[in-house]
Design a protein around this ligand. Structure first.
Ligand SMILES: NC(=O)c1ccc[n+]([C@@H]2O[C@H](COP(=O)([O-])OP(=O)(O)OC[C@H]3O[C@@H](n4cnc5c(N)ncnc54)[C@H](OP(=O)(O)O)[C@@H]3O)[C@@H](O)[C@H]2O)c1
Length: 164
């Protein structure tokens, strides 16, 4: 199972000045719940923004400039290589940024998209445009006291051959 996971603003911003443009600790709970025990694939800048390997997960960082070789935290040169080197018994979560999302959208089974109810001025990283008709969309709960956010799940529709 290959999924992507992202939080985006009303105007599609996912990053600003190298970081997430909001701080919503409770929003991160889903990320943790889904990814623990599984594999997270991310770009080098996203890894640097997090600042450390994610515990209890296989961290695979796509980069041509960084070189890490731990069992649970290592670098590769492409999304394809990252997927090939993911442990077979773990689900894969692609966690950004822009290029990885863009490459992943055509191949993911599921997209976990949190819609953050903010309009971000000056954002510099965006979630790529995609064809929503390729997916079934479930709108989950809206939460948040100060910053409201709504979880959505896009599951790829099966084609005529029964394949997703
Ligand atoms: N809101 C969210 O859910 C969310 C999620 C993720 C990230 N973010 C934010 O987005 C920003 C970072 O994203 P970003 O798009 O600027 O950078 P990024 O994708 O995290 O990192 C870019 C770097 O990763 C490597 N890379 C990425 N995709 C690659 C590919 N397909 N093939 C080969 N190398 C690849 C390259 O590293 P080298 O230069 O080392 O070769 C590239 O310079 C930050 O602000 C972060 O906080 C937000």
């Amino acid at each position: 199972m290959i999924s992507l996971i992202v939080a985006r603003s009303r105007n599609n911003v996912i990053g600003k000045d190298g970081n997430m443009p909001w701080h919503i600790p409770e929003e991160l709970s889903q990320f943790k719940a889904l990814t623990i025990g599984n594999t997270v694939i991310m770009g080098r800048k996203t890894f640097e923004a997090i600042g450390h390997p994610l515990k209890q997960r296989t961290n695979i960082i796509v980069s041509a400039t960084l070189s890490l070789h731990e069992k649970d935290c290592f670098t590769v040169h492409s999304l394809k290589e990252a997927i090939e080197k993911s442990p077979a018994d773990q689900d894969i979560y692609i966690a950004g940024g822009y290029r990885l999302y863009q490459e992943a959208i055509p191949i993911v089974d599921v997209m976990y998209i949190t819609e953050v109810d903010l309009f971000i001025e000056g954002g510099d990283t965006f979630f790529p445009c995609f064809d929503p008709s390729a997916f079934e969309k479930d709108i989950m709960e809206t939460q948040g006291d100060t910053i409201r956010y709504t979880r959505t799940v896009y599951r790829r529709k099966e084609n005529e051959n029964g394949n997703s």
